[in-house]
Design a protein around this ligand. Structure first.
Ligand SMILES: [Ca+2]
Length: 274
């Protein structure tokens, strides 16, 4: 508890310094992330137990399975995957359908180079599945989204044993898997792969984070601050998440501009959660 409060206090201070250092409050305000656009989000600050709290209004709490452990995260605690059977299941939630807009983002620190399974849903059928996983090239790996028949991967190695922020963005009006924008550490990647129309199916397979499902490998490494949005986030919004952390970008960013370092605003967030 005490550790968690300190975490938010530190975030509050970092927001203030960020808004002061940019000197562009209008730009920051327009980058605010709306809670209502959040499908699920996990900060993994529980540090124990088998349930990860969803901080979105939907309260889709996730279940830790296979013995996945809490451990050091990018912010506070995160999940540490052994690469054998560890998984997180969002029971009863099957993800985003069809060609609807979406953003999936999280932090990951690799323990090996493999076809890590990060976030997946949908059946293993052409255009129907939605798999975010690692594209391996010798000792490197890249962020990749695929929908059975098409794919799209980037050009920044995320299997180097360091924390990297991943963001997969599909904007409203987009039609093809190649229309996704992939970001690593807030920077847009080059795009590789094969075109294929999007038609994500949400009838059968719930969202999992770690399990390979039909193909590839279990995630092996550390995972933190994962979220699924029902909108395509902007570059600036993704960069805010990278710089300030997800909780701050969701809750504190606009208040940092409007009220600068008024701590009561941020303590209000804490009270809402406990
Ligand atoms: Ca965390």
């Amino acid at each position: 508890m005490r550790g968690f409060l300190s975490y938010f206090l530190i975030l509050s201070l970092s927001i203030s310094s960020f808004s002061l250092s940019t000197g562009a409050p209008n730009g920051i305000t327009s980058s605010k992330l709306e809670m209502k656009t959040l499908e699920v989000a996990y900060l993994f600050e529980e540090g124990k137990g088998k349930t990860a709290e969803d901080i979105s209004p939907n309260k889709r709490h996730a279940t830790l399975v296979g013995g996945v452990q809490y451990g050091p995260g990018k912010f506070g605690t995160g999940l540490v995957y052994d690469g054998k059977d560890d998984n997180l299941i969002v029971k009863g939630y099957n993800g985003i359908e069809g060609t609807k807009a979406r953003t999936i983002l999280y932090w990951f620190k690799s323990e090996s180079t493999r076809e890590h399974s990060w976030v997946k849903w949908g059946p293993n059928e052409v255009t129907k599945k939605y798999y975010i996983r690692a594209h391996v090239d010798e000792d490197k790996c890249y962020l990749r989204i695929e929908n059975a028949g098409g794919n799209n991967w980037g050009d920044v190695d995320v299997c180097d044993g360091k924390w990297h922020h991943h963001a997969v963005v599909f904007h409203q009006g987009a039609k093809d898997v190649q229309d996704h924008d992939l970001y690593v550490d807030g920077k847009l990647n080059q795009k590789f792969g094969k075109a294929n129309v999007m038609d994500t199916d949400i009838k059968t397979q719930e969202v999992v984070m770690g399990d390979f499902l039909a193909h590839h490998a279990f995630m092996h490494g550390s995972f933190d601050e994962v979220a699924i949005f029902n909108v395509g986030l902007t570059t600036k919004q993704i960069q805010l998440v990278v710089q300030n952390g997800l909780a701050s970008a969701l809750n504190g960013n606009s208040t940092a501009v409007e009220s600068h370092d008024k701590l009561p605003t941020h303590w209000g967030i804490i009270r809402a959660r406990y």
